[in-house]
Design a protein around this ligand. Structure first.
Ligand SMILES: [Zn+2]
Ligand SMILES: [Zn+2]
Length: 286
């Protein structure tokens, strides 16, 4: 994770080595391969070695559905975000607030990066809250919560409207004051971190999980147990939930995951169409 962020900070694939090697597209293509292979390569062995739920296995029920989400929604959105960043650098000339850009730009790189993660998580908090509380938006976000078993690829199960909204809400404030290298580093970080928080990975670092969202924290966000419904919206820092009164983090792991009292179509196609057409049902997520 650190190497990928450091490489991006130094210019990533846009660095010229003895002249121009690639155009800007290289960012998207590099990331495509990295995302696809590296994620599986890192997370599958970790989940095999130290699973929280050993009986679950890698090829659990509905894993093929999540592969479809990974290939059709998650990856294209990643590539789109990176491609959008190229013209967005031009847009920041107009959108960016010069005073803010100057102020942030003078900070050490690591501090800029940390600040970007805080800003992004605050923005994510509010759009995530809206996705839970606004019934029309919940229809889309319910897809992400429909996984009954969590692992690295379950995190990719997300309706494209949900993904696009969250990505847009995060990128918009970042573009006001942060440089392209920071935004790019953040996009890599959020992909790795968000995937990580869904992992079926048992070991806990007690001292760390208070400050940084670890799998156990986000698993509580995915439980169908009543006491934890609409809790733990933050994706990086648990203190953001503490600040807004939505923190729920007992010492154990949850016992059940998925939607409580709500049924979604079992297919990718059905889940993609349903939120647009569905009449309001009596069942709610509580
Ligand atoms: Zn949620
Ligand atoms: Zn999740």
């Amino acid at each position: 994770m650190l190497l990928a962020i450091a490489a991006t900070a130094l210019g990533g694939s846009s660095v010229q080595i003895n002249g121009t090697l690639h155009g800007g597209l290289a960012i998207g293509l590099d990331w495509f391969l990295l995302d696809l292979f590296l994620m599986a390569l890192i997370y599958v062995p970790l989940e095999r070695l130290w699973p929280q739920y050993p009986q679950q296995g890698t090829f659990r029920k509905e894993w093929t559905l999540d592969v479809v989400y990974f290939m059709s929604t998650h990856l294209p959105l990643q590539i789109l975000s990176f491609l959008v960043l190229l013209p967005a650098t031009q847009a920041t000339k107009y959108l960016g607030v010069p005073v803010l850009q100057g102020f942030i730009g003078r900070m050490p790189w690591l501090l800029q990066f940390f600040l970007a993660v805080v800003v992004a998580d605050l923005a994510e908090y509010f759009i995530h809250l809206a996705l839970h509380k606004v019934p029309f938006l919940w229809r889309f976000h319910a897809v992400h919560h429909s996984s009954q078993a969590l692992d690295w690829i379950a995190g990719s199960r997300s309706h494209f409207v949900d993904d696009t909204l969250v990505r847009g809400f995060i990128l918009a404030p970042l573009m006001l004051g942060f440089s392209q290298s920071i935004i790019l580093a953040y996009l890599i970080f959020v992909t790795i971190h968000a995937t990580w928080t869904h992992c079926n990975f048992g070991p806990n670092a007690k001292w760390l999980e208070k400050y940084l969202v670890m799998p156990r924290y986000h698993h509580w966000h995915h439980t169908s147990q009543k006491e934890a419904i609409d809790k733990n919206f933050a994706i990086h820092f648990p203190w953001i939930d503490k600040l807004f009164g939505t923190y729920h983090f007992p010492d154990e792991w949850p016992e059940q995951y998925g939607l409580a009292g709500e049924e979604l179509s079992p297919s990718f196609f059905g889940q993609t169409i349903e939120p647009f057409t569905r009449k309001k049902k009596n069942a709610s997520k509580i």
